[in-house]
Design a protein around this ligand. Structure first.
Ligand SMILES: Cc1cc2nc3c(=O)[nH]c(=O)nc-3n(C[C@H](O)[C@H](O)[C@H](O)COP(=O)(O)OP(=O)(O)OC[C@H]3O[C@@H](n4cnc5c(N)ncnc54)[C@H](O)[C@@H]3O)c2cc1C
Length: 553
């Protein structure tokens, strides 16, 4: 029997489901309804078009209604909004936004991929300001671009330090605009932890971005030309980008009485069916299972939407498929740096009450002796059994590869003990014979094997306050550039000669620049009967958190 599938939403998830469905079933009747003008556009590229990094608007339009209709033999209705679902009759009500005409359309199977919309909070003055924009689609992009061009924007305020906020800050900066970024929490980029974000803060400040952390917007004054913060500070601006997060487009699901999940997402089973088995849902609007901790989560990213789109089409076509959950692997460019993460961060693991261990390392992205080697700050999180729970990386080169390898390792159920055994490609311009991922595996294995003990950057303050002995094992030339107050300098190569100056009655804490010499020092000291802990990630990890504290505007 010829089956009729109606798909709501024609961008990432919806268009993927539609195309896969056609490939699997040449006879199905496929109706894809999209309330916007454009289907299958590159939402992820929008900030870069605003910043003129992507020069051609056409490059964002991956498919046209005509092109996709012809190739996939579909009935695509753009500028058409689904405004209701009648589950009994299996019909949807559609409003043609060109003519305002309304009509019913029957379905055998309904697929909801309506996405998530930017949150617009009820802040005093928001309705009087004509310079506040959110960014979700092509019309939003056109409006921002036109405003910048016609109003001669010199100053901009970006509210929200997530992916879109940070990408917009960078792209406005590319246009020569003076940018202030306001973020309510103590860090940008919530997928990573604070000490990693501190590296980004330093970089963004160096580029000239004014970062206002742990501050929120109290009101917009003078038609949005002044942004007043909770701290009492006022920032003058021409343009405001509101990027404080998204909320699921759940009105249809709610009205149809479908079960909802956390944050009012649409609840689905492992086959992405809602509480009505004839209605599937996917993408930003749904509640997924966090792949690491198994808890319900909203993870609005393009990979899950695309993967789920394919799986929904597979399941409709009779294939036995299961969505295994979302790992949340993500990446962004922050000026000259790349930041990427996979799995859970410490904040999430604490909320889920999952025990974990952490290592930080700062290996070069490629062999140090080959020109232009730059370090990657890498963080690996795992449990006592060696299960990998998450990873975060920041650097100029090679971050994507390392995080993707670790994401693959997680999905392949590899443990930290398997990471040293990953035989990864190597030549000097690309890596080292011990790749950073191998190194992370060695370090984690050594830690779990009891070869050394470590403390984290946030425990240093307590150690300093307690008057414990802190030994900086770097060379004096490095120490001059900055060290932890109260530490004594005993370079690693002199440590054996100076053992008699150290007491065995108190615990010792050692550190170097990135953790390696500190580790060697712990081995020497332990072998001589001292109780010693290494400061994980060395001075490099610690210093960014200190700099961040000092730089708060
Ligand atoms: C500026 C920006 C940058 C991004 N960058 C990245 C990135 O770098 N990496 C990444 O992983 N993710 C990124 N994302 C997120 C990614 O785009 C989304 O996760 C993905 O598009 C979600 O797919 P979706 O199908 O759920 O929703 P969408 O792609 O948003 O599509 C939903 C569509 O449904 C339509 N719709 C909603 N309700 C109705 C209705 N009732 N009737 C008809 N149509 C309806 C909407 O108009 C919309 O076009 C970015 C998003 C934005 C906005």
């Amino acid at each position: 029997m010829r089956r009729k599938v109606v798909i709501v939403g024609g961008v990432a998830g919806g268009a993927t489901a539609a195309a896969r469905l056609r490939r699997l079933d040449e006879t199905a009747e496929i109706v894809m309804v999209e309330k916007g003008e454009h289907i299958s556009f590159a939402n992820c590229g929008l900030p870069y078009y605003i910043g003129n990094v992507i020069e051609e608007r056409e490059a964002l339009l991956l498919q046209t209604v005509e092109g996709m209709s012809t190739r996939f033999n579909m009935d695509i209705r753009n500028l058409s909004e689904v405004i209701g679902i009648n589950r009994e009759e299996r019909t949807v009500r559609i409003k043609n936004l060109r003519t305002n005409e309304e009509y019913n359309e029957t379905y055998d199977v309904l697929v909801l991929s309506p996405g998530a919309k930017p949150i617009r909070p009820n802040i005093p003055g928001i309705d009087q300001a004509e310079n506040i924009f959110t960014l979700r689609n092509i019309p939003d992009t056109d409006a921002i671009k036109a405003y910048i061009e016609t109003c001669g924007t010199k100053k901009a305020v970006v509210i929200g330090g997530g992916f879109i906020g940070v990408e917009m800050a960078e792209n406005l900066w590319e246009l020569g605009i003076d940018v202030s970024l306001i973020e309510m929490s103590n860090q940008v980029m919530s997928p990573i932890d604070y000490e990693m974000a501190a590296i980004l803060h330093e970089h963004m400040r160096n580029k000239g971005i004014h970062l206002y952390l742990e501050d929120g917007v109290k009101s917009f004054e003078d038609h949005g030309t002044n942004v007043v913060l909770s701290s009492g500070k006022t920032i003058e601006t021409n343009l405001i980008i509101l990027a404080i997060g998204v909320t699921p487009e759940n009105e249809l699901a709610k009205q149809a009485g479908l079960e909802l999940g956390i944050k009012d997402t649409i609840a689905v089973n492992d086959q992405l069916q809602t509480s009505d088995e004839n209605i599937y849902a996917l993408g930003d609007a749904i509640c997924v299972k966090d792949y690491i901790n198994g808890m319900p989560a909203m993870i609005p990213l393009a990979w899950p939407a695309n993967r789920q789109g394919r799986l929904v089409a597979d399941h409709i076509s009779g294939k036995q498929v299961t969505y295994k959950g979302t790992l949340g692997t993500s990446i962004a460019q922050v000026f000259d740096l790349t930041v990427a993460a996979t799995g859970n961060n410490e904040k999430t693991l604490k909320r889920a009450e999952i025990d974990y261990k952490v290592i930080h390392l700062h290996p070069n992205a490629h062999a140090g002796y080959y020109p232009n080697a730059t370090p990657i700050s890498l963080k690996l999180i795992f449990n006592r059994e060696g299960k990998i729970l998450g990873a975060q990386g920041i650097g100029i080169q090679g971050v994507d590869k390392r995080i993707d390898v670790i994401a693959t390792a997680i999905k392949g159920n590899l443990t930290v003990f398997d990471l040293p055994d990953l035989e990864l490609s190597y030549a000097p311009p690309y890596s080292s014979a011990k790749d950073p991922v191998n190194m992370a595996g060695y370090m984690a294995s050594n830690l779990l094997g009891g070869e050394f003990e470590s403390i984290q950057w946030h425990e240093v303050g307590e150690v300093v306050a307690s008057g414990s002995v802190l030994i900086d094992v770097r060379e004096p030339a490095e120490v001059i550039k900055g060290t932890i107050s109260t530490s004594v300098n005993i370079p690693l190569n002199q440590l054996r000669k100076k053992l008699n100056e150290l007491s065995k009655d108190v615990p010792l804490y050692v550190f170097c620049q990135v953790g390696l010499r500190g580790y060697l020092a712990t081995r020497i000291l332990t072998a001589h009967g001292y109780t010693v802990k290494n400061i994980d990630g060395g001075y490099q990890t610690y210093k960014f958190t200190k700099l961040d504290e000092e730089c708060r505007v």
